[in-house]
Design a protein around this ligand. Structure first.
Ligand code: SR1
Ligand code: MG
Length: 421
């Protein structure tokens, strides 16, 4: 099959077509005994679980169109190439945090990788009221390590520039983000959807909100112009798989050179959306403990990110930026700490901007989150979404004057309780 023309796999054809792939045979044995299921529930790709005995593998294959929309929206198969290269870099930068890749077939746009079991998608776990204990620390470390080590703070600049050129071709996936995240929510784009009629007035208000519109475009400007590091590019709670002991980050097909704050903002937005959605998941009992867990998760994740980023700054800052020769080597450690404070502050401010627009687009745009979508009572869903929309606006527009997570989470709590409307 290597080198042959692209053809989408099916449950029926997979064993015959991949039966000679050594990495698969090595794990699963004779293809006659393989059991194949298609389990893709994301927006873009085919995902197969292939099992034999107690062993299993994942086969992920790109489709030539957006699965969520259909063939009317073509999408290049090359995203699989970017996903493969992002996975290899993330594995080197934070070992053990992404699934192991066993095989990549560029012509077929498919990646064979480790089957993560008994892992579940983090978003599902949070909707179900589970509190995986390691996510804050694991994800704080993952972001600090991948974002720092993919940047000019760390890399040999020739290698970083080569990587920048390689990922610069991921144009169509970037285009999705540029439109779906930063622009479509703020006008009547064709594929937009929201909980109607409950949110109609709120949506109209947001679209008429000049400060919000300018803010969203400022964030798009930062996203497009600040090619700072290799970001995951789609780091939401649906791109993370967990058990109580393990956290894995999957699906980096949107990988691109972009601002560090983009991944951090996406992830935090998803924690905050999970927080605001809890009212809709209380049929089985109070979610107070879950709300507290989500607030604690943001605090621990941010403090872990800052601490690890600072550690790497002090121990691995070997790139062209903030050279040691200007600071530590001249005895000016304070200068390097001052520069670190500035870099972390910029990440913080941009993180809030990205988080705000991510919250808006998941409620007003094309691709919604199950956190809200799974709330069947539409009045209740809209009430949760309204609080999240207001929160997103506040943190994005006021990002330059918000001083810390205590302030942001305080706002979340006050909106949640109804203390502020
Ligand atoms: C058309 S793709 C919609 C969304 O799905 C992906 O997971 C990304 O988040 C993208 O924005
Ligand atoms: Mg994805």
């Amino acid at each position: 099959m290597a080198g042959s023309a692209y053809e989408a796999l099916t449950v029926e054809t997979l064993s015959a077509r991949l039966g000679s792939v050594a990495a698969m045979r090595g794990t699963l044995g004779d293809p006659a005994g393989w059991r194949v299921r298609e389990v893709g529930d994301g927006n873009l790709n085919l995902v197969f679980i292939v099992e034999a005995g107690n062993a299993g593998l994942i086969v992920k294959q790109a489709l030539p169109y957006v699965r969520l929309v259909g063939e009317s929206w073509p999408l290049p198969l090359k995203r699989s190439f970017f996903e493969y290269h992002a996975l290899t870099r993330q594995a080197a930068r934070d070992p053990g945090r992404v699934p192991t890749v066993l095989h990549f077939d560029e012509a077929q746009s498919l990646i064979v990788m480790e089957f993560l079991t008994p892992h579940v998608i983090l978003r599902r776990a949070l909707i179900d009221g589970r509190m995986p204990p390691k996510i804050a620390s694991d994800l704080g470390l993952f972001m600090a390590r991948t974002l720092f080590r993919g940047s000019d703070l760390s890399m040999v600049t020739r290698e970083r520039k080569a990587d920048l050129a390689l990922f610069a071709d991921n144009v169509e996936l970037c285009d999705i983000t540029e439109n779906l995240v930063f622009s479509d929510p703020y006008f009547e784009a064709e594929l937009n959807a929201h909980t109607t009629p409950q949110l109609d007035a709120m949506v109209e208000e947001l679209r008429a909100d000049r400060d919000m519109k300018v803010t969203a475009q400022q964030m798009k400007h930062v996203f497009a112009a600040k090619a700072e590091t290799l970001v995951h590019g789609d780091l939401h709670t649906g791109s993370i798989m967990v058990t109580d002991e393990d956290t894995r980050v999957i699906d980096p097909e949107f990988a691109f050179y972009a601002p560090m704050a983009f991944d951090v903002g996406m992830l935090f937005a998803n924690f905050w959306m999970a927080y605001f959605s809890q009212d809709g998941h209380e049929a089985g009992g109070s979610r107070d403990a879950m709300r507290a867990y989500l607030m604690d998760t943001t605090e621990e994740c941010w403090s872990t990110f800052r601490a690890e980023f600072s550690r790497l700054w002090r121990s691995e800052r070997n790139g062209i930026l903030y050279q040691r020769s200007l600071f530590e080597d001249r005895g000016d450690t304070l200068g390097s700490e001052q520069a670190l404070d500035h870099v972390l502050h910029d990440i913080w401010v941009d993180m809030l901007g990205f988080a705000g627009v991510e919250i808006h687009r998941r409620i007003l745009g094309l691709a919604h989150n199950a956190d809200f979508e799974s709330i069947e009572d539409r009045d209740l869903r809209a009430a949760c979404e309204t609080k999240a929309l207001k929160f997103g606006r506040q943190i994005a527009v006021n990002r330059a004057t918000i001083h810390g997570l205590a302030e942001v989470n305080g706002l979340a709590r006050r909106l949640q309780s109804g203390e502020v409307a």
